[in-house]
Design a protein around this ligand. Structure first.
Ligand code: IPM
Ligand code: MG
Length: 363
């Protein structure tokens, strides 16, 4: 059966890194007859420029009829002056909520070849393999009311609402417990239950559902402590489950442990495994168009797509192994470059992965 993939490259470095992921997928597609079919669409600033909306109807139709979505990145200086309702980031947020992609998986894995690129000492991060499960369609990101209002005294006031219903907490909790069951069976739920009622309920519901997963060891941690523990002793974690906002912040911190945010993929899944796959980094406008961005996070996101939406575990592993082989061949984009390595461009890194796919190693 044909597997329809919507390709939304987005802004900044988005098109450059996406081209490499498609290069890799095309190669694998022809080697393994995966029946992948791609259709391009616009999102973010690129969509705003063309249609006046960061998530136009054409793109809504495309993502709805597709089995999976591969996304580059959105945003850039040019669009920062726009009203918040049509900024590029809103396109991404609408995509997540329109498709009900509530479960966001952000793995942070340290490739041994990059231990030196981490900002932490190699012994603290070597062997690091943790998974952040971030709730993606609720919490303060979407809570109403929100806005900027004028008070009676004429002063402006910005306001947002942090809100989680029991059912939202339960479904992300179940996702996380199930992921923990397939890993080392340790789940840490991160909240701010000592201050925020919304997350006090989060903690209560996590405890309630834990009885259904007796094989998983559940612990709780306040978010400030979790931020500290992530940079103090990150290997204590296996799976972390947390809210939309806390997950946004903690996943950037976790990314840096692995050497570069340019290495980390993500999956955003709905209740049926349909998913959107994107690197966790942003559109990096400062380096856009220079051909120096690291395409590996996007290539690894494509591997996650094959695994989670299409159940093609073997194909996913081939991509992951090819990335590993490329690193073994000492090719490095600027963000992960260190003395003695060969510095390569975005497309050369893509070529190195394709070469590894074809030959079992980079030639
Ligand atoms: C992320 C990004 C987005 C978020 C932005 C671009 C809206 O930071 O995916 O982590 O805050 O969720
Ligand atoms: Mg973020």
């Amino acid at each position: 059966m044909i597997k329809k993939i919507a390709v939304l490259a987005g802004d900044g470095i988005g098109p450059e890194i996406m081209a490499e992921a498609i290069k890799v997928l095309n190669d694998l597609n022809s080697q393994m007859n995966l029946a992948l079919e791609f259709e391009n669409g616009l999102i973010g600033g690129a969509a705003y420029d063309e249609y006046g909306s960061p998530f136009p109807q054409q793109t809504i139709d495309l993502v709805k009829k597709s089995d999976a979505i591969l996304l580059g990145a959105v945003g850039g200086k040019k669009w920062e002056v726009l009203d918040i309702s049509v900024r590029p980031e809103k396109g991404l947020l609408r995509l997540r909520s329109t498709l009900g992609l509530f479960s966001n998986l952000r793995p942070a894995i340290l490739y041994p070849q990059l231990a030196d690129a981490s900002s932490l000492k190699p012994e603290l991060v070597s062997g690091l393999d943790l998974m952040i499960v971030r709730e993606l369609t609720g919490g303060i990101y979407f809570g109403q009311p929100r806005g900027i209002r004028i008070l009676e005294n004429g002063e402006r006031q910005g306001f947002n609402t942090a809100v989680y219903s029991e059912s939202e907490i339960r479904r992300i909790g179940r996702s996380a417990f199930q992921i923990a069951q397939k890993r080392n069976k340790k789940l840490c739920s991160v909240d701010k239950a000592n201050v925020l009622e919304c997350t006090e309920l989060w903690r209560t519901v996590m405890d309630e559902i834990s009885v259904d997963y007796p094989d998983v060891q559940l612990s709780h941690m306040y978010v400030d402590n979790a931020a500290m523990q992530l940079v103090r002793a990150p290997k204590q974690f296996d799976v972390i489950v947390t809210s939309n906002l806390f997950g946004d912040v903690l996943s950037d911190a976790a990314a840096m442990l692995t050497g570069s945010i340019g290495m980390l993929p993500s999956a955003s899944l709905d209740a049926n495994g349909k998913g959107m796959y994107e690197p966790i980094h942003g559109s990096a406008p400062d380096i856009a168009g220079k051909g120096i961005a690291n395409p590996l996070a996007t290539i690894l996101s494509a591997a996650m797509m094959l695994r989670y939406t299409f159940n093609l575990g073997e194909a996913a592993e081939r991509i992951e192994k090819a990335v590993n082989d490329a690193l073994d061949a000492n090719v490095r984009t600027a963000d992960i470059f260190s003395e003695g390595m060969t510095k390569v461009s975005t497309s050369e890194m893509g070529d190195a992965v394709v070469s590894a796919l074809q030959n079992g190693a980079v030639v």
